[in-house]
Write a protein that binds this ligand. Structure first.
Ligand SMILES: Cc1cc2nc3c(=O)[nH]c(=O)nc-3n(C[C@H](O)[C@H](O)[C@H](O)COP(=O)(O)OP(=O)(O)OC[C@H]3O[C@@H](n4cnc5c(N)ncnc54)[C@H](O)[C@@H]3O)c2cc1C
Length: 378
């Protein structure tokens, strides 16, 4: 019996375990560890923030995992030794044949001085709920939605948040006394797709949402409610930030980040293998040449699953990672657009855009349902 240990039951970990569970190899044991008791889609935080959806309604308990070959353990990973593949958790220890690190990205709100004291975020479930509560008493003013560091999860999400907030303020009758501004260090919303960037900037402009690219907020002054940037201060009544992201501390302590860019896990971009035999890293924690998003974590999981099966059979690695994924983008008013990105198949990345429509809103919902069916019931 060979054991594959998957650390993290998010987008990447669930897809990888599902893929391996369909493996013809009978003698394969798949153990998946996550500290949480349930999975939540990243985009569900927008539903908590803007659509009054209670957090429990978007949590999918891992107890529902019904693949007979997947063993789920709710444990906290406390130590990873990539040389020996030994893993310690708060409850147990493991020494698998193959180790997959799919622990995602953590937030580092302290990296922006003043943000914890005077800022809000909707990138976590608790943050989205707190901001929703704050918005109940909000009666208009200057709202900043700022990207506080790159890379961050789901490049469209700051714009989705701004457009959904605009829709909410308009509905509540405070749109005319509220000014929203999106501030980002990036030069455009989706650099790989000029069409998508143009559609997003047009949509912001039509709503009167200001857009300040190439500008980084590096600190907040909680006393004066002012955000500092290299090119001047920005006053606000409500500051919403996408916190800086970092690799989880347990991954950093493991040494897996050595050789990776900016502290992320070094991987072979074609196989998602790390420099350590039998150790793979997929999704947001990995330094692969793709944005941080669930759809790319999922594609990485497909590649890694195929590589693991080949490794277990002693065969050659079948397919190279393509970095492909279709991202749905909320434009508000029930409309959803889509960008179909392919980063690594050709000589240069391609990412055509499909304009927003109600059909794509239905497609987004159906894609989420299909994932849950595949991951949880097979
Ligand atoms: C507001 C928002 C909107 C988004 N919208 C989209 C979208 O529309 N499309 C899209 O593709 N992506 C979207 N994303 C991004 C997407 O959620 C992530 O990129 C994706 O979840 C990454 O998958 P992953 O498997 O790498 O990590 P995750 O899904 O984050 O999974 C990591 C898992 O590891 C677990 N973990 C971490 N540390 C430990 C530990 N020490 N011990 C045990 N378990 C641990 C966590 O509990 C977690 O379950 C969005 C994100 C946000 C915040």
């Amino acid at each position: 019996m060979r054991t594959v240990l998957v650390l993290g039951a998010g987008f990447g970990g669930l897809e990888l375990a599902t893929r391996l569970s369909g493996s013809p190899a009978d003698e394969l044991r798949i153990v998946v560890i996550d500290r949480n008791h349930s999975f939540t889609f990243g985009f569900a935080k927008l539903d908590i923030l803007c659509r009054d959806v209670p957090p429990d309604a978007v949590r999918v308990p891992y107890a529902r995992l019904a693949h007979p070959r997947i063993e789920f353990r709710q444990e906290e990973v406390t130590e990873i030794d990539p040389r020996t593949r030994r893993v310690r958790t708060d409850r147990s220890a493991y020494e698998p044949d193959i180790l997959v690190v799919a622990l995602g990205a953590d937030y580092d709100p302290d990296a922006t001085p003043g943000f914890v004291e005077d800022g809000h975020e909707y990138y976590s479930i608790d943050g989205a709920r707190r901001l929703r509560d704050r918005l109940v008493g909000f009666d208009g003013g200057d709202v900043i939605v700022a990207v506080l560091g790159v890379p961050f999860k789901c490049p469209p999400a700051p714009y989705e948040g701004a457009m959904l907030l605009h829709e909410m303020f308009t509905r509540r009758g405070i749109g005319d006394r509220t000014r929203i501004q999106v501030v980002t260090p990036m030069a455009s919303p989706i650099p790989v797709s000029p069409d998508t960037s143009e559609a997003i900037v047009d949509a912001l402009t039509r709503r009167g949402i200001a857009y300040a690219p190439g500008r980084l907020v590096h600190a907040l002054d909680p006393r004066r409610h002012v955000a500092s940037t290299g090119t001047g201060d920005l006053p606000y009544d409500l500051f919403i930030g996408v916190p800086r992201h970092r690799v989880p501390a347990v991954v950093e302590a493991s040494g897996l980040t050595e050789g990776g860019t900016d502290g992320w896990v070094a991987v072979d971009p074609h196989t998602l293998g790390t420099p350590y035999p039998g150790v793979y890293a997929i999704g947001d924690c990995a330094d692969a040449p793709v944005p941080r998003a669930g759809v790319f974590a999922e594609d990485a999981a497909r590649t890694a699953a195929a590589a693991i099966e080949a490794e277990l059979r002693g065969a050659a690695t079948p397919e190279r990672y393509r970095g492909r994924g279709a991202c749905h983008i909320e434009f508000g008013d029930g409309l959803v657009g889509k960008v179909d990105a392919d980063f690594l198949s050709g000589p240069a990345p391609v990412a055509p855009f499909t304009p927003p429509s109600p059909e794509l809103a239905r497609e987004k919902a159906a894609a989420a349902e299909a994932r849950l069916r595949r991951w949880f019931t097979g």
